[in-house]
Design a protein around this ligand. Structure first.
Ligand code: DGL
Length: 263
């Protein structure tokens, strides 16, 4: 039986369909550097965003089980797709556990100025889900919102391709139809996309503000862990352990590279 004092030193479990959630892990480390983390990427089954809802739910629960089996004291669903598909169900399955999901950062983008034009980039599943429709309904009188499903984009990040001309051409084709819409902001509604942030900014131009939900998710996790009295009392810098359903050395090297990558 673990005491509460022991539990405080246990890791926070973070997971995603692949390596994208490392953009959230970076924010978690910034907000709680003394915590320990296990990051689980399910690259074997990526992408989630084009799979049926039931499949994504099952995969999401499997990731949670794997992390809980290693003693995770809380879970961050660092995937917008898995959050929209399963976070509510997961909270009712594990009512005592601090669980935080991520959703597209539409709120700050929509409230940024008077009636802004906001493009929301996300996976096909995220934009189809009821959760996103409700989020959009909340802000549609305050902003002109364009949801843009981006199938194929996360695959570049999964392959470690963050700078190629091929990625640039792909983004240009995707964003081209919106370039004359006088956008005020772009929301990166998938945790893989911050790794392509610089290229996206180059294409949409400097006047467009880019939002992602990573920092807000990390702050929310800190709050939830504090409420549960599970903050790690250690004053040392914590550790990060990477795990992936594709357990190759290349995959783990990509995880470490993304942790350091300048966004
Ligand atoms: N990183 C995931 C997200 O935030 C999804 C990518 C995918 O598996 O399709 O939505």
């Amino acid at each position: 039986m673990t005491t509460n004092e022991e539990k405080k030193r246990q890791p926070i479990g973070v997971f995603d369909s692949g390596v994208g959630g490392i953009s959230v892990l970076r924010e978690l480390i910034r907000v709680m550097p003394n915590e320990n983390y296990i990051y689980l990427g399910d690259s074997k089954h990526a992408p989630y965003g084009t799979k049926p809802l039931e499949t994504v739910r099952e995969l999401t629960f499997e990731n949670a089980r794997l992390l809980l089996a290693q003693g995770a004291k809380g879970l961050v669903v660092a995937c917008n797709t898995a959050t929209s598909a399963a976070v509510r169900l997961m909270r009712s399955t594990y009512p005592q556990l601090p669980i935080v999901g991520i959703e597209p950062a539409l709120k700050p983008a929509a409230l940024q100025k008077e009636h802004p034009r906001v493009l929301v980039m996300a996976t096909p599943m995220t934009v189809q889900q009821e959760k996103f429709r409700q989020l959009m309904a909340r802000y549609e009188e305050k902003a002109e919102i364009y949801p843009l499903p981006c199938p194929g984009l996360m695959e570049f990040v999964e392959a470690g391709d963050l700078e190629s001309e091929k990625l640039h051409d792909f983004l240009l084709e995707l964003l081209g139809p919106y370039l004359d819409k006088k956008l005020d902001s772009v929301v990166l509604g998938c945790t893989h996309y911050p790794f392509a942030r610089k290229m996206i900014q180059n294409i949409v131009g400097d006047t467009v503000t880019i939002f992602d939900g990573g920092a807000g998710t990390a702050r929310e996790m800190r709050r939830r862990i504090a409420v549960a009295d599970l903050l790690n009392p250690s004053e040392e810098h914590g550790w990060v352990k990477f795990e992936n359903s594709v357990a190759t050395e290349e995959e783990l090297a990509l995880c470490r590279r993304l942790l350091e990558w300048e966004i």
